[in-house]
Design a protein around this ligand. Structure first.
Ligand SMILES: [Ca+2]
Ligand SMILES: [Ca+2]
Length: 397
């Protein structure tokens, strides 16, 4: 009886096998390629992406476009080894809704050596990558200083906070920070604007500090920041200034100005920036009347040193606008526009505090929040991008 069943089933099995093995009707797979945006984007499925499957053995190519869920469907794909690729270009407006940053972005993904067998109908995921939308930004500058209990002026508690306003990890290695040369306003009746004012293609800086590293030693994740302190200590300590608004002992970096007389103390717990060029006094003091600050990346030795017209002081360093990543400008008061030092093409406006030693600080506004990541406002105009705070907020968010 058992044998009879086998005999009866045999023709059916043969029939099925014949159907599959028939020449011209090769076994194939239907596959789905799901294309997703970088993880920092507000959406995952990438609609309208072009997906290409290239067969490794004969270089034949199949192309499809993703639907609203980011899925591209390929039917009757021959088993074999393939390279998958996907691309998607975003307009500035599309990028803004996905990343918070208004800039065109080109995204791509490639995955080689993908095996497709006829056994199943699999779904593959391709994650797009591209240049970071957004950049490092100067997030907060606290330059006004504070008053001591006895009414003295205290300015060692200054800091600059730098923020990764992009969609990707950025590396701080070799990032330079510098302050622009020139008066902040009519400090005294004979104060003149910067003599470099006619050159709107460069920033002339007096001091240059650099974050050390060989390229990828100091990653900064999207939405994270670092503090650069004039002195990386707790300024609220009794022997410093109990009225100071900040404890900077956890700053990532400090400016240590090594001198024979040790007037600047080296806080042991806070790494020191490299001092590339210095024309200041005891420490890297940002003018309490309102500094211009830039961050940039460049080969320092390639930068020109330019004498100050009519001045015996040391030359200043000429930084091309093209290498400047971000700029901030504060001046003495609302009537100080003529004293602007940062070219308007880099930073159009300026901020000003009520007075010196007021503890007032300037922090960039939040433009939007994408997946919990704050995207800071950057219209290249300090006047509208920064808000005046009554006290600094180092690493406030
Ligand atoms: Ca210092
Ligand atoms: Ca130190």
């Amino acid at each position: 009886m058992k044998n009879l069943a086998k005999i009866l089933l045999l023709p059916l099995m043969l029939l099925t096998a014949c159907e599959k093995d028939r020449p011209g009707k090769l076994e194939t797979a239907d596959i789905i390629v799901n294309v997703v945006f970088p993880a920092t984007y507000s959406q995952q499925g990438a609609a309208g992406a072009t997906v290409t499957l290239t067969n490794a053995s004969d270089a034949s190519v199949k192309t499809a476009t993703t639907n609203s869920e980011g899925n591209a469907v390929f039917q009757e794909v021959l088993p074999g080894t393939y390279t998958f690729s996907a691309s998607k270009n975003l307009t500035a407006a599309e990028a803004e809704s996905l990343t918070g940053i208004n800039t065109p972005v080109s995204l791509n993904a490639t995955q080689g050596s993908v095996t497709i067998s006829a056994a199943n109908n699999p779904t593959f995921t391709l994650r797009l990558q591209g240049s970071a939308a957004g950049s490092l930004l100067i997030k907060e500058v606290y330059y006004t200083g504070s008053k001591t209990p006895s009414g003295g002026n205290y300015f060692s508690d200054q800091f600059v906070e730098i923020y990764n306003n992009s969609t990707d990890t950025l590396y701080l290695d070799s990032l330079c920070i510098a302050d622009a040369y020139g008066n902040s306003g009519l400090i005294n009746p004979t104060s003149l604007p910067t003599p470099y004012k006619e050159d709107q293609d460069h920033v002339y800086v007096g001091n240059v500090w650099r974050i050390p590293g060989s390229g990828k030693d100091h990653p900064l994740a999207p939405g994270q920041s670092i503090l650069i302190a004039q002195d990386g200590v707790n300024h609220k300590e009794e022997e410093l200034n109990p009225n100071s608004p900040v404890d900077l002992s956890a700053a990532e970096w400090e400016t240590y100005n090594e001198r024979p007389d040790n007037r600047d103390a080296d806080a042991p717990g806070v790494p020191n920036l490299e001092r590339l060029y210095f024309t200041g006094g005891f420490d890297w003091l940002l003018t309490v009347f309102g500094p211009g600050v830039i961050i940039f990346k460049a080969d320092f030795n390639s930068l020109e040193q330019v004498p100050i017209p009519g001045s015996p002081l040391d030359p200043r360093i000429k930084v091309p606008n093209s290498v400047v990543i971000d700029a901030f400008e504060a001046l003495k008061d609302g009537n100080s526009a003529d004293f602007k030092r940062i070219p308007a093409g880099l930073e159009a406006g300026f901020v000003f505090a009520d007075d010196t030693y007021t503890m007032q600080s300037f922090r960039r506004k939040v433009a939007t929040v994408i997946n919990g990541r704050r995207v800071l406002q950057d219209t290249n105009n300090s006047a509208s991008d920064f808000e005046k705070l009554s006290a600094p907020t180092p690493k406030g968010f």
